[in-house]
Design a protein around this ligand. Sequence first.
Ligand SMILES: Cc1cc2nc3c(=O)[nH]c(=O)nc-3n(C[C@H](O)[C@H](O)[C@H](O)COP(=O)(O)OP(=O)(O)OC[C@H]3O[C@@H](n4cnc5c(N)ncnc54)[C@H](O)[C@@H]3O)c2cc1C
Length: 214
Amino acid sequence: MYTSEQLLDLKELPERLVIIGGGYIGVEFASIYGDFGSRVTILQDGQRFLPREDEEIADGVRANLESRGVNVMTGVAVQSVLSQEGSALVTVKKGGDIIRLEADAVLTATGRRPNTSGLGLESAGVELNARGGVVTNEHLQTTAPHIYAMGDVVGGLQFTYISLDDFRIVRSAVLGDGSYTLKERGAVPYSVFLNPPSPEWEWESRRPEIRVTR
Ligand SMILES: Cc1cc2nc3c(=O)[nH]c(=O)nc-3n(C[C@H](O)[C@H](O)[C@H](O)COP(=O)(O)OP(=O)(O)OC[C@H]3O[C@@H](n4cnc5c(N)ncnc54)[C@H](O)[C@@H]3O)c2cc1C
């Protein structure tokens, strides 16, 4: 069973890769390893794939992956992952059925938490929330006023450009007039990273019609 970093360290390509979690990392790795030649299965617990996306986008991503041979299973509950000689056995429940999948590697892509436990932050007066994220105000100042927190450790949106923009907020607070805060950030654009659609994939015909109503 691997995290995304550990999977990239493997010296051999897993012939059968099972990915637990159909979120952004799961989808990105399914795309990469599918193109490398692994037989990839994504296990998503809810009925909807990429549940945070608009349905049209999620359907488009799923169709793209499936057209490249990725098996997407939704509405499945992982019961167990057992190591056996040189491989793993993943048991899932779908409705009333028990399904067993053999895999050469299993990627867990079910979400990331801030790595804050054991640092003794409480002793420094830095408060954490229930998920281990550092509690801050809109200047990213923690509950210890001389300590600021930026990036994933704050426990908000986990994107590279959020951590970059967090720097601007702290710079404004520490070196500037403090006028740039979380409140000024506004909407944050983001992407679902996949390989570009192949020419055979008819994006044009699948593009949802967008109507603007006033
Ligand atoms: C597989 C994957 C794909 C991603 N794809 C995208 C993407 O396409 N686009 C995007 O915007 N974002 C993506 N992200 C998210 C992005 O990587 C993070 O949001 C970003 O790296 C956060 O930056 P950071 O500086 O807060 O944390 P990190 O980049 O994680 O840096 C934290 C550093 O602190 C170190 N560290 C941790 N604990 C300790 C400790 N106790 N003591 C000392 N050092 C410590 C870590 O080793 C690490 O070097 C992806 C993340 C993953 C895992």
